[in-house]
Write a protein that binds this ligand. Structure first.
Ligand SMILES: Nc1ncnc2c1ncn2[C@@H]1O[C@H](COP(=O)(O)OP(=O)(O)OP(=O)(O)O)[C@@H](O)[C@H]1O
Ligand SMILES: [Mg+2]
Length: 237
């Protein structure tokens, strides 16, 4: 049997209350690779992320991390297993300083976090300059850096990002994608939702197009970009 991906949400079915949003939806990422979820508004992208992170009870399917069934684990237990999640909204504490946000990210750790904070500052040098400022005073792109940095404070093996480039300029987006590639090169798996489908698929090892809670297309980022149906329907030709 071929070995399975490092993290997989396998045939996930579930939603909010009695209404299923996800229908046998499968999302996976390999070690140190970048997997990207794209699709129209309301397709269930955020719901799929919540399901993988344990914020949604599944009626069907399973989530496995490194071969272990974690379907029944709480989000906090998943963090302890090496997963980190940056939600689409409310992903920083705006009244706390940048550094306090990073410290909060490490709340589960009992060891020395100074090295990790320095690593985050190396990845995002502007955050070191602004370390004493309330995070709410930062620009949109810088806030997203705080959110990603905070998630990295648990030293995760999987980093999940829901629309990390929402509301930032194309230049800031390119920069953030470069940093995300850098993170993946250290062996951390990246699972992210992106509205900038073209640019995201460009850096994706694997891409998932979701439509109405179902897998519409799944392939390498490159193959999806080249697929005429995907181009016409989701990438604007
Ligand atoms: N907390 C909730 N309770 C009930 N329904 C919800 C909830 N969150 C989302 N939904 C519904 O689930 C469906 C999928 O929403 P979801 O947020 O997962 O989509 P999305 O693909 O992330 O969209 P977007 O691109 O706008 O972020 C939508 O119909 C939405 O209205
Ligand atoms: Mg969403």
């Amino acid at each position: 049997m071929a070995s399975e991906p490092f993290l997989i949400g396998d045939a996930m079915t579930g939603g909010y209350g009695p209404v299923d949003i996800l229908h046998q939806c499968t999302i996976a990422v390999e070690k140190g690779q970048i997997a990207v979820i794209v699709g129209p508004n309301g397709a269930g992208k955020s719901t799929a992320m919540k399901a993988v992170f344990g914020m949604l009870k599944l009626r069907g399917g399973a989530v496995r991390l490194n071969g272990e069934d974690i379907t029944k684990l709480s989000p906090q237990d998943r963090v302890a297993k090496g997963m980190a999640f940056v939600p689409q909204t409310h992903n920083i504490f705006t009244t706390m300083t940048v550094e306090e946000n990073l410290e909060m990210g490490a709340f589960l750790r009992r060891d020395d976090i100074k090295t990790t904070i320095e690593q985050v500052y190396e990845l995002f040098p502007i955050l070191k300059t602004k370390r004493r400022q309330p995070a709410g005073e930062l620009s949109g792109g810088q806030r997203q850096q705080v959110a990603v940095g905070r998630a990295l404070m648990t030293q995760p093996s999987v980093l999940m990002l829901d629309e990390p480039t929402a509301g930032v300029s194309p230049i800031v987006m390119d920069e953030l994608f470069d940093r995300i590639i850098e993170v993946a090169r250290t062996g951390i798996s990246i699972l992210m939702v992106e509205q900038n489908a073209r640019q995201a698929l460009n850096i994706a090892d694997k891409g998932y197009v979701l439509v109405q809670g179902r897998n519409a297309f799944t392939d390498t980022g490159e193959a999806l970009m080249a697929n005429p149906d995907v181009r016409r329907t989701f990438l604007g030709g």
